[in-house]
Design a protein around this ligand. Structure first.
Ligand code: ADP
Ligand code: ASP
Ligand code: MG
Length: 814
């Protein structure tokens, strides 16, 4: 004997019902009980119709029509035209009775739980009848059973309690007599001893199947649904979730109790006592192994088996000085909730006894506040207790597993993961069974929390990084290309899964929650929506992805001014834009403080020396207790290019023009030649060394004539260079005469910083600097005479992009 249960999606339409028939036909048992749900979505529609009718809205009629159409079209598709009329007339007659009940509710403008159960029972009545007729027609030896004649309950409508004695007896007697191989019955529905229709609670078809399996000592209970088993987390919310191959009854019960909807929580109880295993399988992929639920089965070493959530929760708190030391307050509090059938899902009481806080369904919160305030009216009036406090839009998330109790540190890991992702925890409880740790969080954070926890506990440390990239010019597009090339390597070797979720340039922006294809991003971006920096931010915030990183590849001050919003929402910022770090010190400090407070790294390695690890090295020196005495550096790739190529055979004007054309300078070359860019860099190094410095504190010994500095467009600037050619030649001649080379040097010592052109003699570390290379000498307490030297290509889109990339990887390893 086998019991097979098929859920709503599995029987949603003719095509799916055909798959069900195939599974039943090949199930290899000579006695099979098939328990079916209503056609997917019908129970909701029936409840909608009942609700509309009882609130005297004529809208119930169109809902009824939809219910009618779904059933009639399923019959027409499934049943051969020759035998259709009998089935159609039975289905129509049942639908007529249903319509009469709805009309009744409409006329009296009221609905009782008993009438609601009666109405809702039509879902399973009709599905089981249609399916059994289809099985017969397909040649199966099949009989229809009205579940209400077998499953007996009390008359507690909407979630009745089963009378096991009667039910077991009914089932045993009925199936002892049953001759046919297959019996089809509806799940979820039952009847009271007086014969009224009752139901077993939403999702209750699983329970019906378990009751029948236990009554008949079935060999196995197979539950067919729309996913391949019980997963490590809801697969609809966590893509990386995996089916759990084998799990204990207790763990499965705990998972379902805390929200794994794939199994209705009471289902386990009847089969557990008989030791019947439950096999959860996928109707649409019946060859997948699914999940086997049996006694005491826990794979070795597994602590957390699953992560679940229950949504639509509310917290109800009672607090006040009058609660301390007065016995019986909790008793009265819980009593009044239970008297009104409000079930408490979650309890925390501070050890100070100053407050009690419980989690209940949000549907009950209004009523709960009212009855609790009423029950404590006297104390509230006397100011001993404050009126009850309600908080809504909450959810419970829970880690579940048998072996969790034997391991320390799991809750620490859980809460630090949530904290890192800016998920605010409202309350915490560790289940008395010690099989779960649960926390109450905002409903809007559920998806992020589940995914972050899943990553932490199940994904072999594969960490997903979600990038939002602003600016796709030279550097930005190289950066995207580098990610494209390295993605699979990073996933495999560094266990980092990098996804680009949003891209924007100054014209358009584009988002794809599943990750933008990096071979086709240009087209997607071109046809994207109009760019808008605050909308971009709002979108990132709304998506609320874990490990989100905002990447700024622009040189825009407007973009730099958005960093604080990102960091304040635990979104990391990586930037090659120097504006923020060289703005007022307070702004720079504020960004660093936000980064620390919200656990969101703020990295800007490329602000100095492009891809060279200058800032990171400096940070390590400082963190390990070293002190910077002096910094000497050549930090402008553009100026190096200019002074390495300028000589008495060329003109200064032509070399600057060439540098501009080859992309070695900013589009406005004056930013480089005036020394501003180098000032910003030495300012950032001075700040990172621990000094409070402003840009105006830096001395700029400019080599440009006053007139060139005062131009306000590129044409005038270049014209002035031409005009002063002789003074540039003079500088060159003077340096050559002293066997020196011209280098633009930045210096920092004793709290003072300066930038300017210097004649560097042979033998100096700067003398042989080639092309656009940068060099930094750090003189510190540990490197007082021989400085630590970092040298290499310090400009160019490729190396800058790889520097940004390196920052992203630092965050990945954070
Ligand atoms: P049926 O109608 O077949 O009874 P349900 O909708 O009641 O199906 O249950 C299956 C659904 O349960 C899945 O589609 C999935 O969205 C949800 N679910 C929630 N948590 C889990 C989990 N841990 N494992 C599998 N499914 C889950
Ligand atoms: N049809 C019922 C529901 O939707 C029972 C079930 O599907 O298990 O709740
Ligand atoms: Mg279900």
């Amino acid at each position: 004997m086998k019991v097979l249960k098929f859920g709503g999606t599995s029987v949603a339409n003719a095509t799916n019902i055909n798959l069900v028939k195939e599974i039943v036909a090949h199930s290899g048992s000579n006695k099979i009980v098939v328990v079916v749900s209503a056609l997917g979505g019908i129970t909701d529609l029936l409840l909608d119709a009942a609700h509309l009718a009882s609130s005297q809205s004529e809208g119930y009629q169109s809902v009824f029509k939809e219910i009618e159409d779904r059933h009639l079209s399923t019959v027409k598709e499934l049943i051969n035209i020759n035998s259709q009329s009998k089935v159609l007339s039975k289905v129509k007659s049942e639908l007529n009775s249903l319509e009469t009940l709805l009309e009744g509710a409409f006329l009296i403008g009221e609905i009782t739980p008993r009438l609601s159960d009666k109405i809702v029972s039509y879902g399973e009545l009709l599905s089981s009848y249609i399916i059994s007729e289809y099985f017969v027609e397909s040649g199966l030896d099949c009989a229809y059973v009205d579940s209400r004649t077998l499953i007996k309950t009390d008359d507690h409508n909407e979630k009745a309690s089963v009378n096991f004695k009667l039910t077991n007896q009914n089932c045993q007697e009925h199936f002892a007599e049953a001759k046919s191989t297959v019996s089809v019955m509806g799940g979820f529905i039952a009847s009271s001893e007086k014969g009224n229709s009752t139901t077993l609670g939403r999702g209750g078809s699983d329970y019906t199947a378990a009751i029948v399996a236990a009554a008949l000592d079935a060999a196995v209970l197979e539950i067919y649904t729309d996913v391949s088993g019980m997963y490590t987390a809801n697969p609809k919310l966590v893509k990386q979730a995996k089916a759990i191959p084998h799990i204990s009854y207790e763990e499965a019960m705990e998972l379902s109790h805390f929200g794994a909807k794939v199994l209705y929580p009471p289902t386990i109880q009847p089969v557990l006592s008989k030791g019947i295993s439950i096999h959860i399988k996928n109707t649409f992929e019946p060859n997948n192994a699914g999940t086997l639920i049996t006694k005491n089965k826990n794979e070795k070493g597994k602590t957390v088996r699953g992560i679940t959530h229950v949504g639509n929760m509310a917290l109800l708190s009672l607090e006040g000085p009058g609660m301390v030391g007065i016995p019986g307050i909790s008793k009265r509090f819980f009593e009044v909730l239970s008297q009104h059938d409000i079930s408490v899902v979650f309890i925390t009481q501070a050890s100070s006894e100053h407050s009690i806080c419980v989690g209940i369904s949000a549907n009950d919160i209004e009523k709960a506040v009212e009855i609790v305030n009423e029950a404590f009216e006297v104390e509230i009036e006397r100011g001993k207790i404050k009126p009850a406090i309600a908080e809504t839009e909450l959810a419970i998330i829970a880690l579940v597993g048998d072996n969790m109790k034997k391991h320390q540190g799991l809750s620490g890991k859980m809460f630090s993961t949530l904290g890192r992702n800016n998920v605010n925890i409202r309350a915490i409880a560790q289940g008395a069974s010690e099989r779960n740790i649960s926390a109450v969080i905002n409903e809007g954070d559920v998806k992020k929390a589940l995914n972050a926890l899943h990553e932490e506990f199940f994904e072999e440390n594969v960490k997903q990084l979600n990038l939002f990239v602003m600016g796709v010019g030279n550097v930005g597009s190289k950066f995207l290309e580098q990610i494209r090339q390295q993605r699979s390597y990073l996933k495999e070797k560094l266990k980092l899964n990098i996804r680009v979720i949003g891209i924007s340039n100054s014209r358009t922006m584009h988002f794809d929650e599943n990750g933008i294809s990096l071979s086709d991003w240009q087209n997607k971006l071109n046809s994207g929506e109009k760019a808008n920096k605050s909308k971009f931010y709002e979108h990132v915030q709304k998506l609320n992805f874990r490990n989100s990183i905002f990447v700024d590849n622009t040189a825009s001050s407007e973009v730099a001014s958005t960093y604080s919003s990102y960091l304040g929402n635990s979104i990391s910022v990586v930037t090659c834009n120097k504006i923020a770090c060289s703005s007022e010190f307070d702004n720079y400090q504020n960004l660093k403080d936000l980064a620390r407070e919200y656990n969101a790294p703020f990295l800007f390695e490329t602000n100095v020396g492009a891809g060279l690890p200058i800032i990171d090295t400096l940070k390590h020196l400082i963190a390990s207790g070293d002190k910077v005495l002096k910094i000497q550096a050549v930090l402008s790739g553009s100026l190096n290019f200019v002074f390495n190529n300028f000589n008495d055979q060329t003109t200064f004007h032509d070399i600057v023009k060439q540098a501009q054309e080859e992309g070695y300078t900013e589009p406005d070359p004056k930013i480089d030649l005036s020394g501003i860019d180098v000032m910003r860099k030495i300012l950032i190094l001075a700040r990172e060394s621990g000094n409070r410095l402003e840009i105006d504190d830096i001395k700029n010994n400019s080599f440009l004539p006053e007139e060139s500095l005062n131009t306000d467009n590129n044409d005038d600037f270049f014209a002035s260079l031409k005009k002063y050619e002789s003074s540039f030649q003079e500088m060159f001649a003077k340096a050559s005469a002293a066997s020196s080379k011209l280098k633009y040097v930045a210096q920092y010592e004793n709290g003072q910083a300066s930038v300017g052109l210097q004649e560097i003699p042979k033998g100096h570390d700067f003398y042989n600097l080639e092309g656009s290379d940068n060099i930094v000498l750090f003189y510190t307490e540990r490197y007082p005479n021989q400085p630590m030297i970092i040298k290499g290509a310090g400009a160019g889109a490729d190396v800058t992009a790889s520097g940004i990339f390196a920052d992203i990887i630092r965050i990945g390893n954070f």
